[in-house]
Design a binder for this molecule. Sequence first.
Ligand code: FES
Ligand SMILES: [Fe+2]
Length: 452
Amino acid sequence: MNKPDTGPREPLSEPRTIPVEAFISPDYAKAEEKKLWRKVWLQAGRVEEIPEVGNYLTYEITTDSVIITRTSEDTISAYYNVCPHRGRRLIDTPPGERNAVGKKRNFICGFHGWGFNLDGENIALLEKQDWQGALTEARTHLTPVKVGTWGGWIWINLDPNAEPLLDYLAPVPEMLNPFQLQNMRYRWRKWLVFDCNWKVALEAFAETYHVNTTHPEFLQFGNFRGWSRSHGLHAHIGYEAPKEMDQNQAAKLRLGSGADARISTAKTQVFTWENANTNTTETLVNAAIRLKDELPEGTPPDQVLKHWLESARRVDAERGVVWPVVDPKDVGKSGTAWQIFPNFQIGHAVNNMLCYSARPYKGDPDKCYFEAAVYQLYPEGEAPDTKWEYTAPTDWPPVLQQDFDNMAAVQQGMKSAGFTGTKPNPYAERSVVNLHTNLAKYMGIGEPREYD
Ligand code: FES
Ligand SMILES: [Fe+2]
């Protein structure tokens, strides 16, 4: 018998509809610059991208560009990428690149030669006496930007009064610290420009409700119902586990659900490796392929799962790749992916992760930068040398191309006079409602509302 539903409801579990302005309005997009992007913590790169003093990278967010540089073995600093003299960008982004990277002892402006050390202090200024003492240290210093690190990422905040990074990220660090994400390194990273708003792009990955229709071939490996929960600024998603499986483990790594779990697990893993190149590693795929030789027919699914993960963990340990041991309760609780407000998603696991982010493109509400990166654990010093690769949609893994096919079509559909606002699934797409609930707090408009 069903229990009567008398307990407190989870936050945002009621049906809500979201007006389209946040997706299509040029005025809304313009207002985001000051009200949102200059107020929030943004993931701007990885710590390992600037390993040595003088290594730097740039990060662009709407009209602002930021230089992030290592100033000592354990200090990272960030500055607006603009020369205080007459406003030239100090570091240009090479044509066709996502951002600039390099190593310098000083930043020298290409216009009139003002120079700055890694601490942002002016160290070169031609004919300084002409200013008759007006050019104080403060007036010639690069403008600092708040910077912090968590999870192996560098985070910036353009608001000098921003709350501390870890307060902003809560409860994400508490949930994900056991996964030791800071030890993972890029396997690949790609970017492109979509013909849709940045929210359309991110929301397409912030729920699993689309999987059956957009990625129908995954149905052959099992049909797991997805959930989504709100955690204040942030949200997360996960899968309900089939009953016969360990709830905590199955929620984390997709185990095939065919009659023979050995075979279906191998099939799922090979398919995922070949068609998505995400959410698994070569070690996991090979361990899944070996299952049929290592286990007798009829081995129950939970035993197959246990053997598969133990064998992959052992093989990796032998080559110096030690997976963190995460309490199964924490694995289950953490779900499969976290939506970090406003524009970053971490799809975590013990030995790999898949992350997405999106940002506005040149102030156009109908365009965005979209980025995806896959990370995993590597033996010390053996991580591949990667860079952000601009990749045309047809050159992405096929599963991602299926997602990409929805982007421009959603953006166009939102503009139709026949569309009254999005209607996210209150159980599986709550992350979307969560995003707009928080956006409304920053923007002052666009709050998800009850249906008319
Ligand atoms: S604008 Fe940089 S030195 Fe003049
Ligand atoms: Fe998808």
